[in-house]
Design a protein around this ligand. Sequence first.
Ligand code: XLS
Ligand code: NI
Ligand code: NI
Length: 451
Amino acid sequence: MEKALSKHKRIQPKIIVMSKNIFDHIQPIKFLGRENNQPLAFNWYDANKVIHGKTMRDHLRFAVCYWHSFNWSGNDIFGEGALNRPWLNDPKSHDYALQKLESAFSFFEKLGAPFFCFHDVDIAAYSHTVKELAENLKKISDSVAKKMEENRIGLLWGTANLFSHPRYMAGAATNPDPEVFKCAAFQVKNMLEVTHQLQGENYVLWGGREGYDTLLNTNLKQELNQYARFLSLVIEHKEKIGFKGQLLLEPKPHEPTKHQYDRDVATVVAFLEKYDLQDDIKLNIEANHATMAGLSFEHEIANAFAFDVFGSIDINRGDPQNGWDTDQFNNDHQEMTMVLKHILLNGGFKNGGFNFDAKLRRQSVDIDDLFIGHIGGIDILARALINAIKMIEENFIENFKHNRYKKWSQDEASKILAGEITLEEISKNISEPEIKSGKQELLEKYLNNCS
Ligand code: XLS
Ligand code: NI
Ligand code: NI
């Protein structure tokens, strides 16, 4: 994500009183079917339609994120704010935080979002000290709870921003200075408690600056030990307060640091195992982070299921022409079909869902654009869901895979897998195997026809 609060770049026209929310003129978004070409309507996502035993809403469990949609002014490293987000004129004001809340919930409701996600600093009035941030967060949390109840919107996950403030420039839990570790611990304690109060389904710990810029000044092993200790403290506190949600780490290979410790699914699995954290922490997998790591999004999902660490998804995409976290709205229904297939075959989301960690382009200055971006992304998910269910029901690919591995469930091979046969015994009964086609082109042809 872009840094949530870089107040110096945010130059907006001053609007002193905001009596209405900025989405007042938008009607609730409806499903109008595939032939309709109105921009403010769903073509594929029919929330209450039951397919494969559940409504589309319950399959996808999508969430809108606060930071990109309501906390980002459209600034980038070369340019100032360009988007109309009036409440960002005075980030320190509690009233403006309330106005942001009003507009955000109006957006969620009109879009029909069942969930949202936020960082502590996204929702509370800006403060430079952690103590004041804690007060501001406390001050607004009841209003958030009230809005959630009124609009029947759930919290997919909460998280603490441990990367924007300069105190975190050398990491939060992995900082050489224990005072920074303590500030981070304080922030996570508070945000975990607020997430609990709001009945969040998960709590995310994205390792914002847990990594290094150069090994010249970094004790990598010491930092990993600190990180693991930090996570253990969070697990203990979660149990103490009785929070039933799932803790999630979010892999990312680099940005903002040149190397992030939670590089990818495999790296995080090794870390969790080494520090014996694997029973308490699962993963929030982000599409754009997977591709930044040189892996496909589907690979990261499949790997997470293989290692039993799948939790939730941050849905977005990068741009193949550059290597950074552009966080664009997802637009590849074929890739998403494969992802949905993995999720469905593994029993669907439990606590997780699809969080739109996606943002508009800086030139998308119309208020409608925020709706259109989300509608497009949700439609891709719905289309992929329909395709994946079709593929599962037709059973062509799964049946092919089943046959490809079926000898492993028979006789001698099943005993090899069960550990009942030694290398010597295997060696006594050898014959040359039959050479068989992997049928990749056939399977690709099938996938093309399905999606
Ligand atoms: C940044 C991450 C961030 C997390 C939440 O790249 O995706 O947005 O999801 O802290
Ligand atoms: Ni990201
Ligand atoms: Ni993310």
